[in-house]
Design a protein around this ligand. Sequence first.
Ligand SMILES: *[C@@H]1O[C@H](CO)[C@@H](O)[C@H](O)[C@H]1NC(C)=O
Ligand SMILES: *[C@@H]1O[C@H](CO)[C@@H](O)[C@H](O)[C@H]1NC(C)=O
Ligand SMILES: *[C@@H]1O[C@H](CO)[C@@H](O)[C@H](O)[C@H]1NC(C)=O
Ligand SMILES: *[C@@H]1O[C@H](CO)[C@@H](O)[C@H](O)[C@H]1NC(C)=O
Ligand SMILES: *[C@@H]1O[C@H](CO)[C@@H](O)[C@H](O)[C@H]1NC(C)=O
Ligand SMILES: *[C@@H]1O[C@H](CO)[C@@H](O)[C@H](O)[C@H]1NC(C)=O
Length: 610
Amino acid sequence: MASWITLLLFVLASATAQQYYIPVAGTSSRPQCTATPSCLQPTYSPYSAFSYSLTETIRTATSVQPGPTTTYAAPAASLTGLISSLSYTTWGKWDPNATTSATDTDNPYGNAAWTALWKFANPPNFTETSVFSTTVLPTPVPTSELVLPPPDYFGPTDCYYFPDDFQFGVAGSAAQIEGATADEGKSPSLVDILIQDDRPKDYVTNENYYYYKQEIERLASMGVKHYSFSIAWCRILPFALPGTPVNQQGLDHYSDLINFLLEKVLCYEPIGSSSEAIGWLHNGGYQNETFVDAYVNYAKIVMTHYADRVPIWITFNEPLIYSFNGLSVDHVLKAHAQVYHFYKESINGTGKVSLKFSDNFGVPRDPANPNDVYAADHFNSFQLGTFCNPIFLGQDYPESYKQTVSDYVPLTPEDLAYINGTADFLGIDPYTATVVSPPVEDSIDSILACAANPSSIYFPYCVNQSWLTTTGWNIGYRSQYFVYITPTYLRLYLSYLYNTFHAPIVITEFGFPVFGEAEKADLSDELYDTPRSIYYLSYMSEILKSIWEDGVHVAGAFAWSFADNWEFGDYSQHFGLQTVDRTTQERRYKKSFFDLVDFVNTRTMPKEQS
Ligand SMILES: *[C@@H]1O[C@H](CO)[C@@H](O)[C@H](O)[C@H]1NC(C)=O
Ligand SMILES: *[C@@H]1O[C@H](CO)[C@@H](O)[C@H](O)[C@H]1NC(C)=O
Ligand SMILES: *[C@@H]1O[C@H](CO)[C@@H](O)[C@H](O)[C@H]1NC(C)=O
Ligand SMILES: *[C@@H]1O[C@H](CO)[C@@H](O)[C@H](O)[C@H]1NC(C)=O
Ligand SMILES: *[C@@H]1O[C@H](CO)[C@@H](O)[C@H](O)[C@H]1NC(C)=O
Ligand SMILES: *[C@@H]1O[C@H](CO)[C@@H](O)[C@H](O)[C@H]1NC(C)=O
């Protein structure tokens, strides 16, 4: 009751004593309001009988019907001859507690050698806590799970449609979802062991290796048609190098996954990417003298086996992050170009090939300050131009890269001619925007001094990254991590990418880990994830404006991720459109999943009746 009194006192006081703040440029405009009659007053109704009414409309989702299957290359049987000396074998499961050991020590790729890989890797805290040990058979999702949640009150009111070539899908990656780490012939990956830091390791994650059919069933039931996944190198070639045997079980696994996707009408975008490391200056192994040949051999094996059914290939995931030095970047460019040429000229594939990049858009703190603009250019060109100048423009590395990575490998005119044009679109993971200025206020020299000094705290990007704009406000609503909701900057970013690199753009990942979602005690609160809906709907809305108002060719958007997953040592960053029960592996759709799919469906042009 006390609060009533406080409130009344406050209202009285404010009527006499407060200052009012209004924007200097006047109040916000309401373009939809054509007339603003100054003397119009409401007419109050006479009293009438009141009755309760239900304000919710119950709507349920329906799953999509399979469409015609397209092929993108000849079947595997007529392509595998393009690679010499392929042999296939199986190894099974590693058991660190096994009492007997393999005796085939003469075989460099036998069971003893395979077990030795695991013993050498010695994964920390390796335990078996998985729920599944074999593929879970799919069951239909009950209608009760497909009841649409109430939409948020505020949302886009545009009348745009997604063009025919626009693909909306969801994305995940092997290391973060598969589990089954030492099963069916997989060898240790960088993620399993080689990142020797104190992040908690996890060998179970989402058990997608066994749960993939139900996973896909759930996505298909939501009407999702495109699925981006990655293929683990260490499942296909446990010994990595050319000439070593192919793991038949790993090969069959991804083939079954692709076939099940086709059965459920999802197309998919496998990432022929490798094992992963963490962060710039961490070692993804690209600089190794065997890397280019080994990667190209691996990619050829995967492509020849699946190219008939796969429409889109991504060779490398965020390669700058895993690059160690100038040789790493050189190897990535050359390996990528070789794979592109092999796909187009030897396989004669009709699908698309590209790679995907990390760079949260660097926006100048003050766009009117040329030094801040210089800093933003330095930041963006270093992360993107390093790969995109040669690949999309046939041009040399940007100055920002050459200033920063002193051992960069110069590209010859022959290199550039070979690399130029080896991507059919530009894949970008534009989670958020970041405010950029020189490390020392207004000093371009401070950027250059940092670039020449790897021990600078600002190295390698050599800019002051902040989330504060010149107004002192955060650039957007903040998540659990440094992802802010910055939809209008996304639109600007799409223009930057399209007009700088002259290629169609595909948003290969974007997503939002809602602050504190993992701490919510009630599952029902976790499922009602309005900030994530705001993130996705505002971003999708700006993508439409980019397409229709700015003339930018945006060809797709893949949400990260279709379920909460293992974010490299962290389960508290929930990026998922579904929750995952960490004990039972049961998934539940969050509200944002319905909102996002509904946004896309209502803006998908109806197919003409034939
Ligand atoms: C090995 O045995 C220990 C002790 O029984 C057990 O805690 C552990 O989970 C076992 N490891 C595996 C991978 O089975
Ligand atoms: C191993 O387990 C211990 C005890 O649970 C934990 O403190 C440590 O972080 C784990 N180490 C790794 C690398 O996962
Ligand atoms: C490169 O990789 C090969 C094969 O794994 C390994 O034998 C070699 O030691 C590596 N080279 C360097 C310099 O680390
Ligand atoms: C791809 O096309 C080239 C040139 O037409 C041809 O020589 C080659 O045999 C084709 N490859 C396959 C796998 O059909
Ligand atoms: C790169 O390839 C494109 C398309 O074929 C071509 O227009 C451009 O001139 C090439 N760039 C260079 C520097 O050769
Ligand atoms: C970095 O930028 C932020 C926001 O613009 C500013 O508050 C901060 O003082 C800057 N830091 C340095 C070291 O200039």
